[in-house]
Write a protein that binds this ligand. Structure first.
Ligand code: CA
Length: 235
């Protein structure tokens, strides 16, 4: 077994999805550990300490969010990508607020799943090294954030943001690759409860940020709008 491979714990009780996703991951050079229930996932997580978890929510013994909650309560930071048959936004928000990094709704394509996995693994690397270091520079595509100087550039052009806009962008960059829900951003930036007004305020700021970044439809956008859920800095 190649120890340089990323280990992925795949938690899913549907045999065909388990096989399909398992084969997909293995053919993309990941090491796969399979679990079919919350209990099994807990045991295997403890023995293998995977780099990432792909988690179905509808499991036979308990809801997948119970496994997620336990993981985060123990301070385990491995990114969790939720596989959900539910198109219900409230369910996704709940999983994200419990500490999931991202979600993907069934049925999903192979390319999309692999992109989300790469993004979540990058998130781990960002939070481990870049970000908070003195003089640290965050870079994604043409966008760079110079945390110490509090300056943001697209290419060589400096982007002038308001204090609030800057704080939002920095917060998203510190969680790059992870979907941040409206309430988590509002709490971090304004320390306010989430309601229609604060969501509106966030959306207005986001629209201004995107305008200042000069994002055109179909182009690399730096920040992805997850409709009805939140925002994710591309990772
Ligand atoms: Ca299931």
């Amino acid at each position: 077994m190649n120890n340089n491979k990323y280990k992925i714990l795949l938690v899913e009780d549907e045999a065909n999805i388990l096989t399909f996703v398992g084969d997909l991951l293995e053919s993309n050079e990941y090491q796969v550990i399979k679990a079919e229930s919350c209990t099994e996932a807990e045991t295997l997580y403890a023995s293998y300490l995977p780099d990432l978890v792909i988690l179905d929510l509808g499991l036979p013994d308990r809801d997948g969010t119970e496994f997620l909650r336990g993981l985060r309560q123990r301070g385990e930071l491995a990114p969790v990508l939720v596989l959900s048959a539910r198109s219900d936004e409230a369910e996704k928000v709940r999983a994200l607020d419990l500490g999931a990094n991202d979600y993907i709704t069934k049925p999903f394509g192979s390319a999309e799943l692999l992109a989300r996995i790469r993004s979540s693994l990058r998130f781990m690397r960002h939070s481990a090294d870049a970000g908070k270091l003195p003089g640290g520079i965050f870079q994604i595509g043409d966008l760079s954030i110079h945390y110490d100087a509090r300056r943001i550039y697209v290419g060589s052009e400096e982007i002038k943001l308001t204090q609030t806009e800057y704080n939002i962008v920095v917060f998203l960059s510190e969680h790059s690759g992870k979907v941040m829900t409206y309430s988590s951003i509002i709490k971090a930036v304004w320390r306010e409860p989430t309601n229609e007004n604060s969501i509106k305020k966030l959306q207005v700021n986001m629209a201004n940020i995107r305008k200042k970044f000069g994002v055109k439809p179909g182009e690399f956008s730096y920040i992805v709008n997850e409709l009805g859920v939140g925002y994710r800095m591309d990772g």
